[in-house]
Write a protein that binds this ligand. Structure first.
Ligand code: ADP
Ligand code: MG
Length: 298
């Protein structure tokens, strides 16, 4: 017997490095006419590195002390930024105290008790709300300077007081710009960027790959709203993401695609398609395969 076109397409997608979870999904991929891309781990490689360690004056911490506290709190997290912080501490041979009461908030950061102190590590814009003291102002300045340089700034606070800022940088995927161009010609519109990261770093990266529509500083439910808004205007939206913070948007979209290598378990489970081979170009490839299987011109 000859295989039905959608099943052959699934086999073909597998050869391209994509796990398409069902025939219905294979069909939907070709219906997509708008694509929303996540930034960290999707347009970027997802293996960010710590580039700056800046204890605040008056914190009583040196660089090693700041990195130790941050890495201890981040140790249980699977977020790419957390792994960067832990890796930086490991490279410097720092011994990490054990963190207790770990908790994480997608799109915000983590909290934990380290050596009896409440430590928070995360987005400066989220952690610095409201407090107008000198320490917070100093931290905000440091964060803004790092973000202007295209870094993701991460604030470290101990018992509610900012003690330092880390700068983290990630490389653009080598096929990011070409993929944005293919998706633009396949769907007739440029993809949009949905990110929890800061607007400065987001705008810089978007300009580099040719994306104009940038929504930054988003919490997971904001990503969902952006998808719903597009769907209400009649679009069939594909969301491509990797994080726990992307899961609600992956579920809300017409079809969700997760980047597999650095992807969180939740994203891989929620997505309809998993990119197993770590190439962004697989995304336009599966759209084309679906259209061909459905007998549409590519
Ligand atoms: P993106 O949408 O670009 O993948 P996320 O929503 O995962 O980004 O994260 C958004 C922001 O939240 C990050 O830029 C960072 O400032 C903060 N953040 C989230 N999780 C962590 C963490 N584990 N450690 C430090 N910062 C974090
Ligand atoms: Mg991400």
């Amino acid at each position: 017997a000859t295989m039905p076109p959608l099943l052959s397409a699934i086999a073909n997608a597998g050869r391209h490095g994509a796990l398409v979870k069902s025939a219905v999904v294979m069909e939907r991929l070709g219906e997509v006419d708008a694509v929303a891309l996540d930034k960290t781990g999707t347009l970027t490689e997802g293996t960010p590195r710590v580039t700056d360690v800046r204890p605040l004056p008056g914190s009583g911490l040196d660089e090693a002390g700041l990195l130790t506290i941050a890495a201890a709190a981040e140790h249980p997290s699977e977020h790419p930024l957390a792994r960067a912080v832990v890796e930086a501490a490991r490279e410097q041979g720092l011994a990490l105290p054990v963190a207790e009461d770990f908790d994480s908030t997608p799109g915000v950061g983590v909290t934990a008790t380290v050596g009896g102190h409440a430590v928070a590590v995360g987005a400066p814009a989220r952690l610095l709300t409201g407090s107008g003291d000198a320490g917070s102002a100093g931290a905000a300045d440091q964060a803004a300077e790092l973000e202007d340089g295209g870094r993701t700034a991460v604030l470290v606070a101990v018992d509610g007081t900012p003690v330092g800022v880390l700068g983290i940088a990630d490389r653009l995927r080598p096929d990011a710009t070409a993929t944005v161009a293919s998706l633009t010609s396949l769907t007739g519109t440029a993809p949009l960027l949905l990110t929890g990261d800061n607007p400065r770093a987001a705008a810089r990266l978007a300009a580099e790959v040719g994306i104009e529509d940038v929504r930054a500083g988003l919490l997971p439910h904001h990503k969902v709203s952006a998808v719903r808004e597009l769907e209400r205007s009649g679009r069939k939206v594909m969301v491509v993401g990797d994080g726990v913070n992307d899961a609600p948007a992956l579920a809300a979209a017409h079809t969700g695609v997760a980047m597999g290598r650095a992807g969180s378990d939740l994203a891989l489970e929620t997505a309809d398609t998993v990119v197993v081979r770590d190439e962004l170009a697989t995304v336009p490839a599966v759209i084309s395969l679906s259209r061909r299987a459905r007998g549409l011109v590519v």
